[in-house]
Design a protein around this ligand. Structure first.
Ligand SMILES: NC(=O)c1ccc[n+]([C@@H]2O[C@H](COP(=O)([O-])OP(=O)(O)OC[C@H]3O[C@@H](n4cnc5c(N)ncnc54)[C@H](O)[C@@H]3O)[C@@H](O)[C@H]2O)c1
Length: 261
């Protein structure tokens, strides 16, 4: 088992990539603190953990990753329950409805930057403080995006937030290297989750619309298929494990070859 008895906080653990990561971490022996703003999402992940039969210990923490009070509560509850922390996965994020920047409401900009980027600062700061207190070599892994490496028209705040995660990762990795704390991020491409199907912006695409959308995207994907949450979870698991001990400050593409730099 790659993560036997490691204690991990996974934000956005209620759905999509966060749920996929929770399931894979459980299989690898981790103990989980799952954070989400939606209780129903957390409950469904808990059901899937039970169904998978991993027996992984887990707690469910409802709250908003962009609220410093909520974030403090997630860390306090995790350490109270498990006595320590080894891994933080900053996964929670939202999309923005496609809007030209000249029409972008200020609130949409602020909310996207708060949920996607400020949350990474709030959670990573508390994780680092906990690792330093424990004198342990912790891991911080954030979920950025290929949209943090290449700009996509009409998704400006999303792209800016994800590019911010990549440079936050590099700078924080340099701050924490001397303590043996590894800070990395992943940059997924087109991954089949509720967010991709429109839920991130309060919509739900019907299957015909989704299939049409995917047909347009596929020519850009070298491996010829869209990704699954588990495609991303496998790389996050590797980065959380001892196998990635000599990697820090990296932004790893998981795009089937859609993004190559
Ligand atoms: N799906 C993709 O194609 C794709 C591609 C690149 C990057 N990403 C990134 O991966 C991450 C996960 O995306 P997903 O596709 O699994 O999305 P999703 O919408 O399926 O799941 C995200 C989860 O985060 C939770 N969440 C949202 N806002 C929150 C908040 N303020 N506080 C706590 N929890 C919150 C949601 O309730 C949901 O359960 C995001 O950061 C997203 O930007 C996704």
């Amino acid at each position: 088992m790659l993560l036997k008895d490691r204690v991990a906080i996974i934000t956005g653990g209620g759905r999509g990539i966060g749920r996929g990561t929770a399931l894979r971490f459980a299989r690898e022996g981790a103990k989980l603190a799952l954070v989400d703003i939606e209780q129903a999402h957390l409950d469904e992940t808990a059901r899937e953990l039970e169904a998978a039969g991993s027996g992984a210990e887990h707690i469910l923490l409802r709250g908003d990753v962009s609220s410093s009070a909520d974030v403090q509560g997630f860390f306090d509850a995790t350490v109270e329950r498990f006595g320590r922390l080894d891994i933080l996965v900053n996964n929670a994020g939202i999309g923005t409805p496609p809007v030209p920047i000249i029409n972008m409401p200020e609130e949409a900009w602020d909310r996207t930057l708060s949920v996607n980027l400020k949350s990474v600062f709030l959670c990573s700061k508390l994780a680092a403080l906990q690792f330093i207190k424990q004198k342990t070599r912790g891991r911080i892994i954030s979920v950025a995006s290929q949209a943090g490496k290449t700009g996509y028209a009409y998704l400006t705040p999303y792209c800016a937030s994800k590019a911010g995660i990549i440079l936050f990762t590099q700078a924080f990795a340099k701050e924490l290297g001397a303590q043996g704390i590894n800070v990395n991020c992943v940059c997924p491409g087109t991954i089949d989750t509720p967010l991709l199907r429109g839920a991130g912006v309060g919509l739900k695409m019907d299957d015909a619309t989704f299939n049409g959308f995917i047909k347009n995207v596929l020519p850009a994907i070298t491996l010829g298929r869209i990704g699954t949450p588990d495609d991303v979870a496998k790389v996050i698991t590797f980065l959380a494990s001892d196998e990635a001990e000599y990697m820090t400050g990296q932004a790893i593409n998981i795009t089937g070859g859609q993004e190559m730099h």
